[in-house]
Design a protein around this ligand. Structure first.
Ligand code: AMP
Length: 544
């Protein structure tokens, strides 16, 4: 399939308001693609280039992209940046720029989606010092052959967001419809494989091929997530429930086959090298081939340390061993997803727990199974006394649902007034801090839109400010005086004293006394606070 044809499909989908019609249009496109193109097309249409489990990352930020476009269009990079900020969308701005260039261009070749994929793969695998320069040349080459409409979707694809309004669920339904299968069957295979592209290829082979899908070691799957809730509601709904401490560390997915071991973070990035002590502890605890789910907690003299200590470990690229001696990371394993090649996610939790206890000696997170709210409250107090965040209450009959923030896992913790928000803008600092961004504009989400809800400038140490600057400097998409707009990729946890209504921010709310707590490296922008939850916090606060 030509990338031009792909872009035309995107344009058509972008104009369709209804979900069902979108699914229809997409379902008609899938069967005609060959086995090589089908997975690429399905991933592209979701705005992704590589499977979620893949370690390959394109690593091209707005800066490098705009530099490449500037070269291709014979313009200054600043002109591209202001075109993007005037348009409010990189894709549309690039399209407009390429229209201007089109009359004078001679297109040597038409790009196929396979070409684009292969070029991206080459970019993602090019390491070493030269890689920035190589990346720039490769991106230039892609755009040199792109017509305006292709430019719109190529730019968006490179930035990781296609903005055609078709969510993962709709693509899944289109795959099911295209090959006359039940969406649940497609979904199930997707949960295990973590790559809807590959699942689409199997879907064409039929239901049997889909059902044969297994979780594979070294192919991380999405982690099951929790909602906020109460002990009383869980007991009312399920009777006997399983409670565990809620550890304030970092989520780990531990994969082991024979003597080989890898660990993945909640974002499914490989973090094996940062966690030598966790590896030593877990390899000593099992001789089986496993995929385990748990939390690694920074510990000193037997007491848990705040989450920041874990982060410090991830940030330090060197000297990991020395660092490991100072802060001990202890794994607490609470689930098992695969044991000696057998996929376990479809077993009820109590059965998985039994298998976990058999497979692992030590490091299994203690559990209290009870239908007595008083006993569970007591367990909750004990968790807080021991310095943990609270407890997790789980439905013992529930299956492991990768990526789902459902009602089967509930977190119970003291009401703390913090929000996880995306950083969408900032302002340069003053005086001593003039070389860094000094304040940050924050946003919550509402059905895919990011809406500003306040600014934060306090609570940030000089060291943290430098770290933040390092993280954010490549995410600047536009500048105006001292103000900058960021590509929304970073999440801050921010404390506040009160939520107020405000005409100053797009959300209609503002935070009183916002205070920076930490960067949530483990959370993506799709996991930030919703406008609904900001509103309900506001309402709760006005009732109390
Ligand atoms: P939150 O990040 O506040 O949405 O809480 C969910 C996170 O709590 C999970 O992603 C885990 O990293 C963490 N967690 C800590 N202890 C547990 C546990 N016993 N079971 C499940 N998740 C846990």
């Amino acid at each position: 399939m030509l990338f031009r044809e792909f872009s035309e499909i995107c344009e058509r989908l972008e104009a369709i308001p209804g979900r069902l019609e979108m699914i229809d249009v997409l379902a008609r496109e899938l069967p005609v693609l060959d086995d090589r193109e089908l997975p690429i097309f399905v991933r592209f249409i979701m705005g992704r280039i590589f499977p979620d489990w893949s370690p390959l990352k394109l690593g091209i930020g707005p800066n490098l992209l705009y530099e490449a476009i500037a070269y291709v269009a014979g313009m200054k990079k600043e002109a591209i940046v202001s075109a993007v900020s005037a348009e409010g969308d990189a894709g549309k701005a690039v399209e407009r720029i390429l229209i201007g260039k089109e009359q004078t261009s001679f297109f040597a070749e038409e790009l196929t989606i396979g070409d684009v994929y292969r070029e991206c793969e080459a970019i993602a695998t090019s390491g070493g010092k030269k890689s920035q320069r190589e990346k720039l040349l490769a991106v230039r080459k892609l755009f040199a052959n792109a017509r305006p409409l292709e430019g719109r979707y190529l730019a968006r694809l490179i930035l990781g967001e296609l903005r055609i309004g078709i969510g993962e669920g709709n693509v899944r339904d289109a795959v099911a419809k295209a090959f006359s299968l039940e969406p649940a069957k497609v979904d199930h295979a997707y949960q295990a494989m973590n790559d809807l592209g590959e699942v689409a290829r199997l879907a064409r082979e039929g239901e049997k091929a889909l059902s044969a899908v297994h979780i594979e070691v070294f192919r991380p799957i999405k982690m099951m997530l929790a909602q906020q809730g109460s002990i009383a509601d869980m007991v009312k709904e399920h009777g006997k429930v399983a409670a565990e401490y809620k550890y304030d560390g970092t989520r780990i997915q531990f994969h082991k086959r024979g003597g080989e071991v890898r660990i993945y973070s909640r974002k499914l990035e490989e973090v094996t090298n940062a966690l030598p002590d966790v590896i030593t502890k877990l390899t000593a605890a099992t001789s089986h081939d496993v995929i385990l789910d748990g939390e690694a907690v920074a510990t000193k003299d037997g007491r848990p340390m705040p989450f920041q200590f874990v982060l410090r470990r991830f940030r330090r690229k060197y000297d990991i061993e020395a660092q490991a001696e100072k802060i001990e990371l202890v794994p607490y394993i609470f689930d098992i997803l695969s044991l000696d090649g057998e996929t376990l996610i479809d077993l009820p939790f109590h059965e998985r727990r039994r298998r976990l206890e058999e497979a692992l000696t030590g490091h299994v997170a203690p559990q209290r199974v009870s239908d007595d709210p008083l006993s569970l409250e007591e367990f909750y107090s004990a968790a807080l006394d021991a310095g943990h965040e609270g407890i997790m209450v789980k439905d013992p009959g529930s299956l492991y649902q990768p990526g789902v923030r459902g009602k089967h896992w509930i977190k119970v913790k003291p009401e703390v007034d913090t929000l996880d928000l995306a950083v969408i803008g900032g302002e340069w600092g003053e005086g001593r801090r003039a070389h860094f961004f000094g304040s940050f504009l924050l946003a919550c989400q509402d059905r895919g839109r990011l809406l500003a809800v306040g600014k934060v400038a306090t609570g940030i140490s000089d060291e943290m400010l430098a770290t933040i600057h390092e993280t954010m400097k490549d995410l600047v998409v536009s500048r105006s005086g001292k103000e900058v707009t960021f590509e929304p990729q970073v999440v801050f946890e921010v404390g506040y004293s009160e939520i107020q209504t405000s005409p100053n921010y797009a959300s209609g709310f503002a935070l009183r006394f916002p205070r920076f707590k930490r960067i949530r490296d483990d959370k993506g922008v799709d996991e930030i606070e919703t406008l609904d939850s900001v509103r309900s916090r506001f309402q709760r606060q006005s009732q109390s």
